[in-house]
Design a protein around this ligand. Sequence first.
Ligand SMILES: N=CN[C@@H](CCC(=O)O)C(=O)O
Ligand SMILES: [Zn+2]
Length: 426
Amino acid sequence: MPAASLLVVHAAELVTLAGPSGPRAGALQGNVQVIDDGAVAVDAAGSIIMAGPTTTVLRQVDRAPDALVLDARGRAVLPGFVDPHTHAIFAGDRVREFEALLSGVDYLDLLTRGCGILHTMRLTSAADEEELVDRAGAALDRMLVAGTTTVEIKTGYGNTTADELKLLRVIARLAATRPQAVVGTLLAAHAVPLEYRDDPDRYVDIVCRSTIPEAAAMGIARFCDVFCEAGVFSLDHARRILLTGRQYGLIPKIHAEQRHRTGGARLAAEVGALTADHLEHVEEEDLAALRASGTIAVLLPGAAFMLREKRLPPARRMIELGIPVALGTDFNPGSSPIWSVPVIIGLACVQLGLTPAEALVAATINAAYAIGAGAQVGSMEPGKRADLVILDVPSYRYIPYYFGATLVDTVIAGGKIVVREGRIVR
Ligand SMILES: N=CN[C@@H](CCC(=O)O)C(=O)O
Ligand SMILES: [Zn+2]
C-alpha cells in the first residue's frame, strides 16, 4: 500500500458512495454508504488509498513525512460531484430572452424565429478559440467552487463542421488545463441552422458525412448526442445521426422527450444509447424500453424549472421500475444557466421527489456511469481519482435543505486542494 500524502480525518460523515460496480437502480438508488468519524487517505499520484473509519485508516495507512492532514470535524466529506450534461462552451448569454420566456414566450418558438439556440450559435461561431477557452474556463471555475470535479461538455453551438471542430479543440484544451476531469460529447445536431431551415435533411447529410467522421477522427469526443424534438431534429434524423456516430465509435446519447413526446426514449433503447436525457414527456411504454435496454435516465430539473415546464419526469416511477437515475445541470445560456450541482440536487428533491440520498447517488456515481467514468470517479474507493468535497455542514442531507446555499468549503481534485474556504486556490 502506498504512503498517504493527504489525509482527511474525523469527518462527521464520510459519504463514500462505495458499492457494487455499475449504475445504481431501484433500492440501490439511495445507497450512499455513510461512515461516522470517517477518513480518506490519498497517495502522491492523486488516487484514493483507503476510505473508512478514522481509527482504521490511521492504523492501516502509512503517512509520507510531508503528508498534509485535514481535520474535517463537524463536516461532511463526499465524492466530488459529476455533472454528466452541460453545454458549457458558448459566447454571450440570453438574459434578455429569459425575460421574454418569463413573459410567456415559448422556448421552441424562439428557435423558429431564429433566436434561442440559433442566437448562441451565431455568437459562438463568430468567437475565436481563445475567447471560448476563457469563457468556458470561467464557467468551470464556478462549477469547481460548487463542488463539480468531473464534467461532460457538449459541442452544439457551431454553425458549421469547422465551428464544431473548433469547439472540440476547446474541450481538449479545457481537459488539459482545468482541475476537473472533462469528457467531450459531439452535439452537431443541436439546432438546424437558418440556411437549412427549408431542407433540414441536407444539414443532417453534412452532419453525417462530414462533421461526425471528422470529429471522430480527432479523438476528443466520446459521445454523439442529438436534440430530438418537434420542429428540431425528427426521430428519423436522430436515428441516422446516432447510428452514424456509433459507426465512427461515438457512443449514443440523446435529448429526448423534453418538450414533446417524439419517440426519443424508445430510440435510445433501440440504438443502445448510454443515456436518455430530459424525459419530461415520457410515457409508461418508453420507461419499459429504457428499463429493458439498461439506459440511464439523466434528469435535468434546472431546465424544467427555468422553462417553467409543467410536466416533470416521473423520477419516482423510474426508480420503482429499476431505471438508474442520474442528475445534471444542463448548464447552458438558454434553458438552464445553472452551474451548481447542489442546486440541482435541491430541485430534484423538491420537484421530482427524490430523497437526498437518491439525489446524491444520481449526482455522483450514477452521473459517473452516465459518462462512462464509473470506474474512475463518483465514489471513494481504492484506486479511484481522489475527488472530494468537504461541506461546512455535518451531513449531505443539508444540501437540498439549505436550498441554493453555498455549503462547499474545500474541493480536492485528483488529490490536489483546488478550493479552500469556498475560494479557488491557484
Ligand atoms: N434542449 C436542447 N439543448 C439545451 C438547451 C440549449 C440552449 O437553449 O441553448 C438543453 O438541453 O436544454
Ligand atoms: Zn442539453
